[in-house]
Design a protein around this ligand. Structure first.
Ligand code: NAD
Length: 368
């Protein structure tokens, strides 16, 4: 249970965006509720959970009342809550679409955890539902809201590394629980690829600002290991970006926690290691002047996401990582699974427009 802060928020709730968080798992408890407390323009107004006791315990700890806790069956009662302008979906992947659609029908804006859906078609339905209901939709890609990842993108796109040639990225972790929803194809939509490998795909697309033109992948699903009865253990993949830039990725539920991103150009390189944890990101740039590690202000990635989405709601903007950005990763991941299945390179129809799937409103980075 997160600690209650000592000081009241400087802004009244009436000038911040109220969120209903759907799903009180580890991410909600350890990261999202504390992050909302430090957001300049957001707060948690309600909780939706299957475990009423747990919800009520959280409510009491955070100055919410028992009436601010809803079961999944009571979700539609949020329609009458004018103080709830947005819903944050933090549920197993297979439930994202149902809850986004139900939230959109109530006219609530939606922040949805990654991966946006189960596959590209599912994610497109999510985008369509929000468009139809005229509500904003943001995919919660926390790594596109950090000064470290933006510095990497600026180095790549500003020419500091010279002409970019190659990228590689690893995101692995060991999953031990064979019964977890992450290990069920129907609940997760895949194994490590849509769960952690998605960070590599997403950040490689983000730093380049372009989409892959073709992909190739191989995967391993060991026989006899109950964890991998339904989903793969590891995927090795290559993405071919415009201009002959090639990017390779490794993702696994069987290898020790590793998160890296490397970009190699004609005149220099960058390395992020670690590249994807909640804090402690490290960026190292090597160019003609030598190697150096820029420093960045302290910040919280989840607070950054709340700040950005709430600013879009309060000021009428479009999120930097809208639903279309979630769809774009699914298009790549669907093609990677197809390639692993067929053993063939899969071509993609890619728009040459820079940042084609991103919104016009860039995030405000901490310290700027
Ligand atoms: P979790 O296992 O902690 O569960 C989240 C909530 O869903 C809990 O309230 C749980 O009770 C409920 N739930 C679990 N299984 C259910 C089922 N079968 N039916 C109905 N409800 C169920 O999951 P999590 O790790 O919080 O992941 C939730 C989402 O957040 C996923 O989409 C995941 O990819 C994403 N996630 C994102 C990050 C990030 O860094 N952005 C980190 C972790 C998880």
């Amino acid at each position: 249970m997160p600690q209650k802060p000592d000081l009241p928020h400087p802004k009244p709730e009436s000038r911040r965006v109220g969120y209903a968080i759907v799903g009180i798992g580890k991410l909600t408890a350890d990261e999202l509720i504390p992050a909302a407390r430090t957001s300049e323009n957001s707060y948690v107004a309600a909780l939706v959970t299957s475990e009423e006791d747990k919800g009520e315990a959280f409510a009491r700890a955070f100055d919410l009342s028992d009436r601010d806790v809803y079961t999944y069956d009571q979700f539609e009662e949020l329609a009458d809550r004018e103080d709830v302008q947005a819903v944050y979906i933090v549920l197993p992947n297979s439930l994202h679409r149902e809850y986004v659609e139900r939230a959109a029908k109530m006219g609530k804006h939606v922040l949805c955890e990654k991966p946006l859906g189960m596959n590209a078609d599912d994610a497109r339905q999510i985008v369509a539902a929000c468009k139809k209901a005229r509500v904003k939709l943001m995919t919660a890609y926390r790594c596109q809201y950090t000064p470290e990842h933006w510095a990497a993108r600026d180095a790549v796109q500003g020419g500091r590394l010279g002409k970019v040639k190659l990228l590689d990225s690893i995101h692995t972790q060991v999953e031990t629980d064979a019964t977890a929803w992450r290990m069920k194809q129907d609940l997760a939509g895949g194994g490590p690829l849509p769960d952690v490998g998605i960070y590599s795909v997403n950040i490689m697309r983000f730093v380049l600002g372009t989409e892959p033109e073709w992909v190739f992948a191989a995967l391993h699903q060991p026989k006899g290991d109950p964890r991998f009865r339904e989903v793969e253990e590891s995927v090795a993949f290559t993405l071919g970006f415009p201009g002959g830039i090639m990017a390779t990725g490794l993702t696994s539920y069987g290898a020790a926690k590793t998160t890296t991103l490397r970009v190699l150009g004609e005149d220099g390189s960058l390395l992020m290691d670690p590249a994807f944890p909640y804090d402690g990101l490290k960026l190292q740039l090597t160019d003609e002047a030598g190697t150096h590690q820029p420093s960045f202000p302290e910040y919280d990635q989840f607070t950054q996401e709340f700040n950005h989405f709430s600013r879009c709601i309060l000021e009428g903007g479009t999120p930097w990582t809208p639903g279309e950005e979630g769809v774009a990763d699914h298009v790549v991941m669907d093609a990677l699974y197809e390639s692993a299945r067929t053993g063939k390179v899969v071509p993609l129809k890619s728009s040459r427009k820079k940042d084609a799937s991103r919104g016009p409103d860039k995030p405000q980075l901490p310290g700027k």
